[in-house]
Design a protein around this ligand. Sequence first.
Ligand code: SF4
Length: 386
Amino acid sequence: MTTETAALLEPRREVGVLSLGDAALRWKAEHPGGRAIACYPVYAPTEVIHAAGMLPMALLGGGTTVELTHADARFQSFVCSIAKSSLELGFQDLVRGVDGFVFSNICDVARNLSSVWARNFSDTFVEYLHLPQNSTSSESSQYLASELRRLASRFAEAFGAPVTDDALRRSIATWNAVRARIRALYALRIDSPEKLPITEFFVALRAATRTAPEESLLRLDALLDTASRRTERPRDRIRVVIEGAFCEQPPPGLLEILEESGCYVVEDDLFLGWRWFTDDVSTDGDPFERLAVAYLDRGVASSTRHEGRQHRSLGVIEKVRRARADAVVFLLPKFCEPALFDYVLIKQGLEREHVPQLVVEFEEKMWTFERTRNEIETFVESMLFD
Ligand code: SF4
């Protein structure tokens, strides 16, 4: 890594390694009286939180850093790591500085985590967002707009932080800009993946889920500028799409192994909620309705959103084509029902299109990668020397 890149990444690393609570306290020290709201993956209405003058953050579990001492006893053994380690952050006081939590109905585990959280931390603000399950009904967008308005009114009641239409329009514009930068970085990786390794991009995206959008914009711009000026020579690797890591994030060591074993990751579903919309959200008209319509019509394909209009595999096949990928690597979090159910459907679609695929199951606390390394290396070699 060049000195220039290291210097660029340093502040992001700093944010990335802070506990969620410390990242909130860091922002609040610069914004006296400010509030921070953490959202469980996948989709989070960041604009509504930002328009209330608060800091939206992603509640992404404890990663490799948190030992489960209390949360295990609150869940069945067959529950994904992110739910347990997120709750553990509460027990270990690692979310001190976060003023409220928003969960949504992405799966049964997330649904239950919301009430388990409220029961164990009864003096904390907890809100549950009911996202529409039906994307095709003409009532869905009005329903979601009313849910977003309800969330805004809860912020006003709890924190005295109302959301005006004008503030929400400005927040939509700000987040449009952040998502445009992220899309530009993805386009850069599709074009020249050697310029921006997935491990570096992962750190940048993770930091963006813990910083204000105005700060993220500056950092993403700097990364885009630095990465696009790099002159690394492309290596003999296969181009892959990662699928399945839309909620629980894989350990960074696993991403490193993917690259070291001969893969360029040219598309993925990491941190999906922070880049949910495929295009800008309109700032004309009622901003709550514009957000709701965009959620339904411009949302990325995801296992956590029932999309009745097309087969689940089509979104992944489109990604493979757009990113000119050679294969799909399913990174599936252990016990993640949405990812595992969809895997079957996506696999069938990819087989019909003759797209090679590999399945790797992971947990947050995965320490050894040697078996996985062997599997990926074998897969890559079978493609490179076919
Ligand atoms: S990892 Fe999967 S099962 Fe666990 S909370 Fe997320 S979507 Fe639900």
